[in-house]
Design a binder for this molecule. Sequence first.
Ligand SMILES: Nc1ncnc2c1ncn2[C@@H]1O[C@H](COP(=O)(O)OP(=O)(O)O)[C@@H](O)[C@H]1O
Ligand SMILES: [Mg+2]
Length: 359
Amino acid sequence: MASNQDLPEGTVQNILDQESLKWVFVGGKGGVGKTTCSSILSILLSRVRHSVLIISTDPAHNLSDAFQQRFTKTPTLVNGFTNLYAMEVDPNVENEEMLGSEGMDGFLSDLANAIPGIDEAMSFSEMLKLVQTMDYSVIVFDTAPTGHTLRLLQFPSTLEKGLAKMMTLRNKFGGMLSQMTHLFGVSDDFGEGAILGKLEGMKDVIERVNKQFKDPDLTTFVCVCIPEFLSLYETERLVQELTNFEIDTHNIIINQVLHDEEDAESKLLKARMRMQKKYIDQFYMLYDDFHITKLPLLPDEVCGVEALKSFSCNFLSPYESPIIRGKEEVLEQRVSTLREQLKDAEAELERQRKGKQKI
Ligand SMILES: Nc1ncnc2c1ncn2[C@@H]1O[C@H](COP(=O)(O)OP(=O)(O)O)[C@@H](O)[C@H]1O
Ligand SMILES: [Mg+2]
């Protein structure tokens, strides 16, 4: 049994220390804080690595919101940094450029319909090919919500199926396809052969990258969640699927944790805190060999580099509530909040009493 000293630290320091890491995936349900966490991780990594690229593969991009800077599908230097780049990839747009060879549209869209995910696979592989030629020390992925992410990691088999389907179609229709392309005046460069070649090439890239994804020295997956039943459940599913895909994961970030602070007198908050504690305890029980980082729920959104940087301290040392720190202004704030709440409660009581009299 592990002694206390062997318990994993409750921070992401292990990721910053692991110099061999090349790919860091950040995933979880929508709205739990993936973009916030991946942005902060990339900022922290930029302090210890030569160069860092953060890529959003979530169609609902919000790296631009988090950093308050517009990003595109080519890596752009993040303002205020010399070695941190960001890009946003849309899995549904680029395939048109790739698949859109004239005369082949119908056939390829049939193919895309026959094998769900192949269009995403193509743009993903195209993006990986691009990224591989660039020399970033580490690449952080702000991924789409759970199901989507796991699909990305299944691409080699998706492509395998795609190729098999292509071959069947080819055999079935013989030279008809190429005759058709000739008929429509499309040269062989744009024909079926070229597309088949392209698919083969992509499969190559994806297979190479996938080998890296399965190497725990090179790749890890950070699961972001919140202390609620559904999120705990989703995290367990995610961890199991990652294990099936042989992708390393040993960091969990529990975001939006309520702490015993100025508003703790609120019944609602107290109840929420009790509920959160129940699930946090379960996280610790289920994942006792994981690094579990808890992040406080802030009154405001985490927007802009300054906010991200200041929130990043919670990634490096466990959160300490201001009440424990005992700041005078915090206490003053608490007293005034309590006064407001007392006033509200008295007014409500008054209304209730009046209501009752009428009945
Ligand atoms: N701990 C937190 N406290 C307050 N707001 C947060 C916290 N974490 C994230 N947010 C805010 O919640 C929203 C959703 O977070 P985001 O990182 O975009 O989630 P996701 O990428 O998983 O959809 C954003 O507006 C973000 O600023
Ligand atoms: Mg996001």
